[in-house]
Write a protein that binds this ligand. Structure first.
Ligand code: SAM
Length: 220
């Protein structure tokens, strides 16, 4: 694998992903102030939200993912940003993560629960987060009533939620990716964008499938 091309591809994806961070900011701005929080970012990927959290909060962040290539790229950005004293990356599955129970003040799972299964992932997060800690979930918008019921059944409250509809996903992500993919100077990266090209095709067939939601969950 040509690492230069791979990192160019990651950088383009990151620039598009960055346009969605304002929605995370919107949900976090409604929470009380945290004092040096201990944060866990589960399924951090290339860490666009991770690095943004490190700017917003003075605490420490554990960023975990099973994909070593993405974590290596995140490590490279951490070194460049001089944030290595506050961000620790771990190439581990969340289900094998060894941590004290009720340790974290704030847990972020963006696009993670829909990969591993909402109920199984949710229950383990709740065991990992402190009482009165917050869990921010960014999930596909599907089975909303069932998820709400599960959250409440596990002694948690939904403090707020934010729906990102298909127009947002096009304007802030897929539309931008399409522009980047079609730039002549990015033609050599086309084969790396295979999944994104498929997702853009799916979007064009049925945009209504591309809705997501933030749940801000408080463990009581
Ligand atoms: C949709 S991506 C989201 C990436 C990032 N959170 C973001 O919002 O840009 C989901 C990530 O979860 C990771 N993942 C999947 N299963 C995992 C597991 N069991 N433990 C930790 N990470 C996992 C994948 O490797 C992938 O990077």
């Amino acid at each position: 694998m040509d690492m230069k091309n791979k990192y160019e591809y990651f950088n383009i994806r990151d620039r598009c992903r960055m346009r969605l961070v304002k929605y995370l900011e919107q949900v976090l701005n409604n929470l009380p102030e945290f004092n040096n929080p201990k944060i866990l970012d589960i399924g951090c990927g290339s860490g666009v939200p991770t690095l943004w959290l490190a700017e917003k909060y003075t605490g420490t962040i554990t960023a975990i993912d099973t994909d070593k290539h993405l974590l290596d790229f995140l490590e490279h950005k951490i070194q460049r940003n001089n944030t290595s004293s506050r961000i620790e990356t771990k190439n581990v599955s969340f289900f094998d993560l060894e941590t004290d129970p009720e340790y974290y003040d704030l847990i972020l799972a963006e696009g993670f629960l829909n990969v591993v299964g909402f109920e199984m992932g949710f229950k383990k997060v709740i065991a990992t987060i402190k009482k009165n800690g917050y869990f921010i979930i960014h999930d596909e918008f599907k089975d909303n009533d069932e998820k709400n019921a599960l959250i409440i059944k596990n002694n948690c409250q939904i403090v707020s939620s934010l729906l990102l509809d298909e127009t947002i996903w096009w304007r802030d992500f897929y539309g931008q990716l399409e522009i980047e993919i079609n730039k002549p100077q990015n033609a050599h990266l086309k084969s790396l964008f295979i999944n994104e090209i498929n997702e853009i095709d799916q979007y064009k067939k049925d945009p209504s499938l591309f809705k997501s939601i933030y749940y801000v969950v408080l463990k009581s």
